[in-house]
Design a protein around this ligand. Structure first.
Ligand code: SAH
Length: 390
């Protein structure tokens, strides 16, 4: 196996538990990055040649190495199986099988590996060139873990694009176009192949479960609704009428279908969120609850100011659409925007719209999305629940 030597003192982060290696931390005189092909495995050493572990390497990316083991290993099916079983045991304990995130990248110890479960279908994202090369042993391990009907290797992630990986889905066994999923007493249909993420946002499930009872009896505006997880769940939990806004027509169509399958009816608006909310405001509409769950609006640190302004705009509109005493559940999945930042942004935006808010609860990502305690980037989702005092 090749070796990747770090510059003096650059090993400290890895020793403190971190898994990432940036290209400027590599001693390129000792181990030039051009000696690596994307996806190579390497033994990582400190400047004194002491072994720190094994990493997958991609010389073409800034984040050029990801430690996958603290020892020297060539991952085989058994190596994957140990990690998958550990992850499975946690989801079993949470009681979320078989509809959940089974494996959450760094949080479960293998940077770049995502596995979501849709009943007996597993959807896998391999987000590094290194993992792409380890597909065979992983596939074998998944087969030993559970008798899956089908396994879909999905291409739909920005991580794969960054690593320059092939854009085609890869299917093993029987993977239907649409899958069924149960959440909170509702049955949903999701689109595994053309949908977003792997088809469903499991990261919001715990927040939905926790905050849905607050929506009882309220008219609900679900902005960025995707296929209706919040909106349909709210209706089922006894909310008043639900309006969904999303710019994706196929997602909204599925939301409508999901509502009907659960004996509900949604008002659907296929539109850009801000102008659609503005139009509702002009029409004098008000809602007992407004849910905002936009896509990440701060992708890079340098977009923070522009992103904050975007969150502010959406939240000002959301707050002004609240009926007196109404509830605003404002989410952000941008790691670079902290919960405190979001909290301040929403509060200020609401005041600009002459609404005074109190903060009644805070939520994060579901417990089947473990964080890596040494990697702050693995914590990204926050959902803040506010109540309007006026
Ligand atoms: N709330 C959903 C997840 C939302 S993901 C759930 O819990 O399942 C973000 C959604 O925002 C996606 O469905 C995407 O289609 C939609 N979206 C992205 N940009 C948008 C825009 N400008 N206006 C409206 N919807 C948008």
């Amino acid at each position: 196996m090749k070796s990747l030597q770090l510059r003096a003192r650059e090993e400290r982060r890895l020793r403190s538990g971190h898994l990432w290696i940036y290209s400027n931390e590599v001693d390129i005189t000792a181990t030039p990055l051009k000696g690596f092909e994307p996806g190579d495995l390497a033994v990582v050493t400190d400047a004194r040649r002491q072994v720190l572990g094994t990493a997958t390497v991609n010389p073409n990316t800034l984040l050029c190495g990801r430690l996958i083991d603290r020892g020297r290993v060539e991952p085989d099916a058994r190596w994957f199986l140990i990690r998958l079983r550990r992850a499975w045991a946690w989801r079993e304990r949470l009681g979320v099988l078989p509809y959940c995130r089974l494996f959450n990248s760094e949080g479960d110890g293998v940077s770049g590996l995502i596995v979501d479960l849709y009943g007996d279908v597993a959807v896998v994202q391999l987000n590094t060139a290194g993992l792409e090369r380890l597909k065979e042993p992983l596939l074998q391990a998944l087969g030993e873990l559970h008798d899956f009907r089908g396994i879909l290797f999905s291409n739909s992630s920005s991580g794969r694009r960054l690593e320059n990986l092939a854009a085609a889905d890869d299917v093993f066994g029987d993977v239907p176009e649409h899958c069924q999923l149960d959440e909170a007493g509702c049955r949903f249909t999701v689109d595994l192949k053309a949908g977003q993420k792997t088809g469903w946002y499991f990261d919001q499930r715990d927040n939905r479960q926790r905050f849905m009872p607050l929506l009882r009896g309220c008219s609900v505006l679900d902005v960025f609704s995707y296929v209706g997880a919040w909106g349909v769940g709210a209706g089922k939990a006894g909310s008043g009428p639900v309006t969904c806004i999303d710019s994706s027509a196929p997602a909204l169509e599925l939301a409508g279908q999901n509502a009907r399958a659960n004996g509900l009816d949604l008002e659907l608006m296929a539109a850009d969120a801000a102008p659609a909310m503005q139009a509702l405001r002009t029409a004098g509409r008000q809602f007992g609850a407004v849910l905002l769950d936009p896509p990440p609006l701060v992708k890079r640190k340098k977009d923070l100011q522009a992103g904050k302004a975007h969150y502010a705009k959406l939240n000002e509109l959301g707050a002004t659409l609240l009926a007196p005493g109404g509830i605003l559940i404002s989410s952000s999945c941008s790691h670079h925007l902290s919960a405190e930042d979001l909290q301040r942004t929403v509060y200020k935006a609401a005041r600009r719209g002459n609404r005074e808010l109190q903060l009644v609860a805070r939520g994060g990502q579901s417990a089947d999305h473990p964080l890596h305690p040494a990697i702050p980037e693995t914590e990204y989702l926050k959902a803040l629940v506010f109540r309007a005092l006026n």
